[in-house]
Design a protein around this ligand. Structure first.
Ligand SMILES: N[C@@H](CCC(=O)N[C@@H](CS)C(=O)NCC(=O)O)C(=O)O
Length: 204
């Protein structure tokens, strides 16, 4: 049985979404970043982590990939060593480094941190870097339904989640093609189920 260890309604949604796409059962241990429970599951104390037997996996890109690899018949990931896996891994790293980083830096330095730690002079740069990464994503996407082609796969979870987040902080998506793709991702029934689950566990 899989166990998500997380504060719900955070990046945890990516993991819940993956589990719902894979139609797997899972337990949910609700905690907060840097609690003893979280520190035991992730040395950084950040949420989420995934326990599975003796293994505890951290970082959402790694968790989603791990989960997809456990259920190859579902096609969420591609076999290790194949050209498709190489491309998929590129997109997983790109999503977190190029696309998510400016969004995360902005979220912290414009919203979450106390006023004396805010960095308003970095706001425009974050928006610019995010927009540049969206234009790169447009090239990756080509004419595909999803970023790897016709099939919904692991990177689509990251891009879909980042899209929801970008809307919350009013970051523009400067490509109609990418926006339409991201809309396709966030209308997946599995995401609907994941959102319900996250809400239910958050409310206890
Ligand atoms: N790269 C990590 C980032 C995890 C992360 O930053 N989680 C946030 C909540 S969404 C957190 O725990 N923040 C607490 C902190 O930064 O100390 C992942 O994708 O799992």
């Amino acid at each position: 049985m899989y166990e998500i260890v997380a504060r719900p309604q955070t990046r945890s949604l990516r993991v819940t979404w993956a589990l719902e796409e894979l139609e797997q059962d899972y337990d949910y241990t609700v905690t907060t970043p840097h609690s003893d429970v979280m520190n035991a599951a992730n040395p950084s104390g950040k949420v989420p982590a995934l326990r599975h037997g003796d293994i505890c996996v951290q970082d959402t890109a790694a968790i989603i990939t791990y989960l997809g690899d456990q259920h190859p018949e579902k096609g969420l990931t591609f076999p290790s060593g194949t050209p498709e896996r190489g491309r998929m891994d590129s997109l997983m790293y790109f999503a977190q480094t190029d696309l998510e980083s400016p969004l995360w830096f902005f979220t912290r330095t414009a919203w979450l941190l106390p006023d004396d730690k805010k960095v308003p002079e970095a706001n425009d740069l974050c928006r610019e870097d995010f927009a540049k990464a969206i234009m790169a994503l447009e090239k990756h996407l080509g004419d595909g339904e999803y970023v790897m082609g016709d099939q919904f796969t692991a990177p689509d979870i990251l891009f879909g989640h980042i899209y929801r987040w970008s809307k919350n902080v009013q970051f523009e998506i400067p490509s109609e093609k990418v926006k339409a793709y991201m809309e396709r991702c966030i209308t997946r029934p599995a995401l609907g189920r994941a959102l319900k689950k996250e809400k239910a566990v958050a409310e206890g």
